[in-house]
Write a protein that binds this ligand. Structure first.
Ligand SMILES: Cc1ncc(COP(=O)(O)O)c(C=O)c1O
Length: 395
């Protein structure tokens, strides 16, 4: 028995959270009673140690301008050394108010308008939005879906990195939403191709702590000395604090750091870091390994539950337990049209899951849902999906 009771569904309403208090953000036809199984945000309460540390910090009575100090850097270094055997130099760690703002700074600082940025669809959709929003070109190195085993199309990637107009690649590892944790061999091939063509790699490793037992995430920077890599890590996914604007951007190369500093500080005046967020980071990384381990065990059991449930009730579903993330990527296309199902779930069965099409054309037919929730809640969502599919197939 662990220390946490993850079977409890807490009432989060009244915190202005997107999932429960702003359901109309997804679709304004959604009812108050809808089950939100979308968004990569867990239904588990944050660690008590974090709550306590934040209260103690507030009791000091000051929340003035603050900067990362030694203890903040040490906490980050300690976590990545302990969990990934990754030695991060203190001077390589930069604060960013989120990984996506950092990606925006990197796109603006390291590429020119009109240049191509490579992504691997179906993938976390803000990547494409940021590329387009900054007047760069989305270049899709489509993942190959081999019976729900996703892999990289290296021949296509080679063509894309060789095009001199393509100057940057966003690598998502673990990959959201398909759940792959790229192996050392795959990472080495990606790095080799990018290095050979001087393509900058932005390695988004936000889901690095959410892996299944027996699967190890490998930080891209640990397998190479290629200097044109920028890594984003953060504790948002890991400790269920996604609403907190803080992430760590790791840059080893001094030339790259110069560009980063100029982009963030000189152009956007990001010189400080939020005091509460730093306390949170320090406490989480120093004291809450147990919380992540327990939550990940529970998530693993939820994935097993999901597999069993689908095998029993909807055996023709295309689905594979992912290696990483706490997100399921499911295709009910053998039973229904995904558009019709999505409509019915929203308008009648009160379930909010994400339409795979948002992640790129190749997401058509898929849904993404989070399993980081009490099992009873997951089961209720699945029961409603089965009812909706039954209604559509009975007609
Ligand atoms: C792969 C990936 N990158 C980035 C983010 C968002 O990062 P942030 O909130 O730090 O901007 C998410 C959140 O879902 C994500 O899944």
């Amino acid at each position: 028995m662990g220390r946490l009771n993850l079977d409890i569904l807490h009432d989060r309403r009244g915190t202005d959270c997107v999932k429960w208090d702003h359901k109309d953000f997804v679709d304004n036809r959604v009812s108050e009673t809808a089950l939100p199984l979308w968004l990569s945000d867990m239904e588990f309460k944050i660690a008590e140690e974090i709550q306590k540390a934040l209260i103690e910090r507030i009791e000091k009575g000051f929340l003035g301008h603050s900067m990362p100090g030694d203890s903040y850097f040490k906490a980050i270094q300690g976590w990545y050394k302990r969990r990934f055997n990754w030695d991060i130099d203190k001077d390589s760690i930069f604060y960013s108010p989120g990984a996506l703002p950092a990606l925006g700074f990197v796109i603006r600082g390291f590429t020119k308008e009109g240049e191509g940025v490579i992504i691997q669809e179906p993938v976390f959709y803000p990547f494409a939005e940021l590329i387009k929003g900054n007047n760069r070109k989305v270049v899709n190195n489509q993942l190959i879906n081999d019976n729900e085993n996703y892999r990289i199309d290296f021949d296509d990637l080679e063509l894309k990195v060789k095009d001199p107009n393509n100057t940057m690649m966003i690598l998502c590892t673990p990959h959201n939403p398909v759940g792959r944790v790229w192996t050392e061999e795959e990472l080495k091939k990606v790095v080799k191709l990018c290095r050979g063509n001087d393509v900058l790699i932005f390695s988004d490793e936000l889901h690095c702590d959410a892996t299944r037992s027996g699967v190890t995430h490998i930080p891209t920077m640990t397998i190479t000395d290629y200097n044109r890599i920028i890594t984003a890590v953060a504790l948002g996914k890991t400790f269920n604090v996604g609403g907190v604007p803080i992430s760590q951007i790791i840059i080893n190369d001094e030339e790259l750091r110069k560009v980063w500093r100029s982009e963030t500080r000189l152009k956007h005046y990001i010189a400080f870091a939020p005091p509460l967020d730093m306390v949170l980071t320090e406490t989480a990384y120093n004291k809450c390994d147990y919380w992540v381990d327990e939550v990940m065990e529970y998530v693993e059991d939820n994935f097993d539950f999901l597999v069993e449930y689908l095998d029993k009730h909807l055996p023709k579903t295309k689905y594979k337990k992912p290696e990483g993330t706490f997100l399921a990527w499911i295709n009910f296309g053998a039973y229904v049209d995904c558009e019709e199902l999505f409509e019915l779930l929203i308008t009648k069965y009160d379930v909010l899951i994400e339409d795979g099409r948002t992640f790129g054309k190749s997401g058509t037919g898929y849904f993404r849902m989070t399993v980081a929730c009490p099992r009873s809640f997951l089961k209720e969502g699945l029961d409603r999906i089965v009812s909706a599919i039954n209604e559509l197939t009975d007609n």
